[in-house]
Design a protein around this ligand. Structure first.
Ligand SMILES: [Zn+2]
Length: 403
């Protein structure tokens, strides 16, 4: 890559003043669609301070030196659809800051350095209360990229694991109440575009800087086309909660591919056949965002849990509604999504890494994230060749490993 900065004049020095905080060397660096072997990278003050290839790292001093021989280093993963982990759901009014931190730590152990807190459908006053309660939490944690409201503006016909009693139309009063309570923290809202008022709600949200996702919808291709023309830019967990691709009824997936939208997909091998993820990637290269849709049971034993207000049962890591048995979120982690995308969906490693880094970052309006270029945040994942996570740094701090 020709835009790598020269290392001349950077680093060196004998004492602590000019030392790097972390220096990872002799690693295969996968970043922004490119794989660079024998690379090194230096973190300082939570930023990428310098990087290069070859032996230039030997001239530097660092407080922590890491030999990455045989390992792969990528930017930290960004999950734009995640409901919780470690027993805590982000929408649970009982879940306090330490429980939410445990959920973030669980996901960080598997590579997620930044995420959006997804909240399931609930009565509007309950969501506005939760937004108020989360305000300080989000403000104090730069690794939390805001809130995703996956509801309540969803279609009854495709509500999945959302309580149908809590669904609502996106009328201006409800949209305004949510925006007010969100105080700038709402990054993404999922809407079924066939609902009354949906197009004007999309317009309002996009003007407020919110990324609007189409999802949990029974709409046909024309209605979804109108939603993307009105400013929607993401398709929520493609294939799940919507009509499929059909040769005489193209549906929301075709509309999203046509529009240039980002397509979320849950790469747990259960929600979507991995082969279809490969097909989707061929249809929309550079626009697939791998998401977990992980819920509170992630990182926990199989058993009975609650998603929003609905009881679910987890067996072999698969989450199903206790009533009816439809799949309801996942216990997926980003590292597993990366392994499935590369080993079973035919995506190359740089493509799959982009689907967990630059692509989701761009989708929620944070294009400066998801890269390890000089000056970027020092969020990184070190993995072995089988893509098992060996170490994770968020803002330059090494995250604790799972027990
Ligand atoms: Zn969903």
């Amino acid at each position: 890559m020709s835009d790598l900065p020269s290392v001349d004049g950077v680093g060196g020095g004998l004492g602590g003043v000019d030392a790097d905080d972390v220096l990872i060397h002799s690693v295969s660096l996968v970043d922004e669609g490119v794989r660079l072997d024998d690379a090194w990278i230096a973190f300082r003050n939570g930023r990428v301070h310098a990087r290069g290839r070859g032996g230039g790292w030997r001239e530097r001093t660092a407080r922590a030196m890491r030999d990455g021989t045989g390992a792969i280093l990528t930017p930290g993963f960004i999950d734009i659809h995640c409901h919780g982990a470690a027993g805590a759901g982000f929408d649970d009014p009982e879940a306090q800051a330490d429980a939410l931190d445990d959920a973030l730590t669980e996901h960080a152990a598997h590579g997620t350095t930044r995420l959006v807190l997804s909240l399931v459908s609930a009565p509007i006053p309950r969501i506005t209360n939760r937004l108020e309660a989360l305000h300080e939490y989000v403000a104090l944690r730069p690794t939390v990229l805001g809130v995703h409201l996956e509801g309540p503006f969803l279609a009854d016909s495709h509500c999945g694991a959302h309580d149908p009693a809590h669904l609502a139309d996106p009328d201006p009063a409800s949209v305004d109440a949510l925006l007010r309570a969100g105080r700038g923290n709402i990054r993404q809202v999922t809407i079924a575009p066939e609902l009354p008022g949906a197009l004007s709600a999309i317009d309002t949200l996009v003007r407020e800087g919110v990324a609007v996702a189409v999802g949990h919808t029974g709409a046909d291709v024309d209605v979804v086309r109108d939603a993307f023309a009105a400013g929607a830019s993401i398709l929520t967990h493609t294939f799940n909660g919507m009509r499929g691709l059909h040769h005489r009824a193209p549906g929301p997936i075709a509309a999203a591919v046509e529009s240039g939208a980002t397509l979320e997909v849950i790469a747990d091998g259960v929600h979507v056949d991995p082969m279809m993820i490969g097909f989707l990637h061929a249809l929309a290269p550079g626009r697939i965002a791998l998401v977990t849709d992980a819920m509170a049971a992630t990182g926990c034993e199989d058993g009975d849990y609650v998603l929003g207000s609905l009881p679910v049962r987890v067996r072999d890591g698969v989450v199903r509604l206790r009533d009816g048995g439809s799949i309801a979120g996942s216990t997926l982690t980003t590292a597993t999504a990366l392994r499935i995308a590369t080993t079973r969906s035919g995506m190359s490693l740089p493509e799959a890494v982009a689907s967990l880094t630059t692509i989701p970052a761009r989708a929620i309006g944070r294009p400066e994230l998801g890269t390890l270029r000089v000056g970027a945040a020092s969020d990184a994942v070190l993995m072995d060749e089988e893509l098992r996570v060996r170490a994770v740094w968020a803002e330059g701090r090494e995250m604790p490993r799972p027990a």
